[in-house]
Design a protein. Structure first.
Ligand SMILES: [Zn+2]
Length: 326
C-alpha cells in the first residue's frame, strides 16, 4: 500500500502528473530493478531472546546514519551451523556502521550481548524490487524482502508539484523566445525560486552573439544567479550564505539540456528542471545511458519533468534545433 496520498492525478504507467508533466527517470532508477548488492551485519539469536535483541537494535542504531533497509525483513529462520537447532538470523545494520563484531556488541547489544552470536556480513539487495516476481526471486537468492509496491509508484505519489503555477511559468518561457533575433539559437531558460515563485533570472542562448560556444541559456542563467548572489553578499546581506548558489531552484527551459548544461545543473544542485522539447541524440536527460539528472555516480540528483499536456502543445511553439544547437 502506498505511503502517500497524492493530490495529483497520477498515471503510473506513463509516469505523468496531472496529465501535464512526465517524469524523466534516470539511468539508475530503482524501478528498473537493476540488482545492486550491499553488505549488512547479521547475527544469530535464539527465538526466545529475539525481543530484547530487536529492541537493542531499535534503540541503538540510528537509522538516519544507516543505509535504507526498509525493504528487508529484519529476521529470517535458519539452522544453527553446529547445533542444527532452529534459530533466527537477524539483520543489524549496514556494514559501513561498524568495522567488527566487538564494536557492535559494545555499541548495540548493551542489554542482550550474551544472546547474540555468529556475526557475519551478508549480501542483500540495496534497493527495493520493482515487481512482486523480482521480490520473490531476490528473497530466494539473497534475503527475505518486504513487498511494498512499485517504488516508483510510491515516489510519484510523494511528488508535490504546483501544476497551475509551473504551467504559467512555462507559458512565460515560451514568450521569451519572441526576443530571439534571426540567426540566433531559439533556446530560452528561466529560473525561479520555488518558495516564492519569483523569477530570479532568464536568458536566451547567446552563443552566436558572443561567439562563445559555451553561452548556452542554462550556463548563462547559472552565471546570472551567481553574480546576483555575489552582489548581495558584497552588500552584507544577512541572508544565510549558501554553498551552492542554485540550491533547490527551479529551471524552466525550452529544450532538453545538452550534457554540458546537465552537468552544470548537477554541480549547481538545482531542485527541478522543466522542459518542453526533447533534444534527440544531443540531450543529457532522456538517453537511458546518460540520465545525468539521476546518475548514480554523481553526487547530486534533481527531478526532471517534460511537458506532455495533450490539450496545450507548448512544445509545438518552440522550434526544432539544428545540428549543433542542443
Ligand atoms: Zn547546453
Amino acid at each position: 500500500m502506498a505511503k502517500y496520498k497524492s493530490p495529483h492525478k497520477i498515471d503510473e504507467d506513463e509516469c505523468t502528473i496531472d496529465g501535464t508533466f512526465k517524469q524523466i527517470k534516470g539511468s539508475n532508477n530503482t524501478s528498473d530493478s537493476v540488482l545492486e548488492l550491499t553488505d549488512v551485519w547479521s547475527c544469530l539469536v535464539n527465538p526466545r531472546d529475539s525481543k530484547t535483541v530487536l529492541s537493542d537494535i531499535k534503540e541503538n542504531i540510528n537509522v538516519s546514519e544507516d543505509v535504507d533497509l526498509h525493504h528487508l525483513k529484519r529476521v529470517q529462520k535458519t539452522t544453527h551451523p553446529t547445533t542444527h537447532d532452529q534459530i533466527l538470523q537477524v539483520v543489524i545494520c549496514g556494514s559501513q556502521l561498524f568495522s567488527d563484531p566487538s564494536e557492535i556488541v559494545a555499541r548495540v547489544f548493551k542489554k542482550s550481548g550474551d544472546n547474540v552470536s555468529c556475526f557475519q556480513l551478508v549480501k542483500v539487495p540495496l534497493h527495493p524490487p520493482s515487481t512482486r516476481e523480482i521480490m520473490l526471486e531476490w528473497s530466494e537468492r539473497y534475503w527475505p524482502l518486504v513487498w511494498k509496491g512499485n517504488p516508483n509508484n510510491q515516489y510519484l505519489a510523494s511528488v508535490r508539484l504546483h501544476t497551475a503555477r509551473e504551467t504559467e511559468n512555462l507559458r512565460k518561457l515560451v514568450k521569451l523566445l519572441e526576443n530571439v533575433t534571426p540567426g540566433h539559437v531559439s533556446v530560452a531558460t528561466m529560473v525561479t525560486d520555488p518558495k516564492t515563485n519569483k523569477v530570479l533570472t532568464w536568458s536566451l542562448d547567446e552563443r552566436c552573439r558572443s561567439v562563445n560556444p559555451l553561452d548556452h541559456s542554462i550556463m548563462r542563467c547559472i552565471q546570472n544567479v551567481a553574480s546576483v548572489e555575489k552582489t548581495t553578499r558584497n552588500e552584507g546581506s544577512e541572508e544565510r550564505e549558501k554553498n551552492y548558489l542554485c540550491l533547490d531552484l527551479q529551471f524552466y527551459t525550452t529544450h532538453e539540456p545538452c550534457v554540458m548544461c546537465c552537468m552544470a545543473l548537477v554541480h549547481s544542485r538545482i531542485g527541478q528542471l522543466f522542459f518542453l522539447k526533447p533534444s534527440l541524440g544531443r540531450g543529457g536527460l532522456l538517453d537511458p545511458e546518460l540520465g545525468i539528472h539521476q546518475h548514480k555516480y554523481l553526487n547530486w540528483r534533481f527531478e526532471a519533468w517534460q511537458w506532455v499536456k495533450e490539450s496545450e502543445k507548448l512544445a509545438d511553439q518552440v522550434p526544432e534545433l539544428g545540428e549543433i544547437e542542443a
